[in-house]
Design a protein around this ligand. Structure first.
Ligand SMILES: [Fe+2]
Length: 245
């Protein structure tokens, strides 16, 4: 239907079927800007073997102050469009929570939208690590949530302090690495951090973190690479994306 890929290139399918990180809900962050774009992105997901998508739109202070209501509204609109288009893909509404003042307010008010199974996708600041990160993660776990740190490889400050990865992971925080980082899309530091996490068996989940069709193209290309063929064999026994239910 929306096949935007060149017909002569056969898409390579992933070994799991749940995307746990993407910005596919229309009009709630700087990901998809329309229902049509969302459907094209979902088509791209299906071409790589995904049949369940956890929609994790941004929730951040000032820029994207989403609530369960704004997210659920966009989700309902997209579900209707998916049904109308006859697409066989399951959607869930959740969020990527930046740990900031807005998160604190939402958390205290109890207005958060976890993934199925009480998984919660949490995003660190890109500038510096939060002082009370360990305490916050612990608090979430005590309350029965399963925190997933979104793209740990993308926080540049960890490349000089990789013992922080070890500490957080040992404490029970799940790590979700972006396919785009493995593809080198976010530069050398993110790729090197990602490879370090692979080597040390700390990659629990993979995500597209897809914001647009360009991201989908980059991922599709990467899935055809030798690098991915090799890495996917290493990662397959570790990856728990399909546990999110
Ligand atoms: Fe994201």
């Amino acid at each position: 239907m929306f096949n935007f890929l060149r017909k002569n290139k056969k898409p390579v399918e992933l070994f799991y079927h749940t995307d746990v990180h993407c910005h596919i809900l229309p009009g709630v962050d700087h990901g998809s800007q329309s229902v049509e774009q969302s459907l094209q992105m979902l088509e791209a997901e299906m071409e790589m073997g995904i049949n369940r998508v956890i929609c994790t739109s941004h929730v951040t202070s000032e820029t994207f102050e989403n609530t369960p209501e704004t997210l659920t509204n966009a989700y309902n609109i997209l579900c209707d469009a998916v049904k109308e288009a006859g697409m066989d893909i399951e959607l869930h509404a959740s969020a990527e929570y930046r740990i900031d003042e807005y998160w604190e307010k939402q958390w205290e008010a109890g207005t958060i939208l976890p993934m199925p199974g009480k998984f919660l996708l949490m995003e660190n600041s890109f500038q510096q690590e939060l002082l009370l990160l360990d305490e916050l993660m612990f608090d979430l776990m005590v309350k029965g949530y399963k925190p997933i740190l979104a793209h740990p490889e993308r926080y540049g400050y960890y490349s000089r302090r990789r013992q922080r990865y070890e500490k957080l992971h040992r404490a029970g925080v799940k790590f979700q690495v972006n396919l785009l980082s493995l593809a080198g899309y976010f530069g050398t530091v993110a790729r090197e951090n990602a490879m370090w996490l692979v080597k040390h068996e700390m990659v629990d989940m993979l995500g597209t973190d897809m914001h647009n069709l360009e991201h989908a193209h980059v991922i599709h290309e990467y899935l055809r690479s030798k690098d991915w063929r090799k890495l996917s064999k290493v990662l397959e026994p570790e990856i728990m994306n399909d546990w999110v239910k």
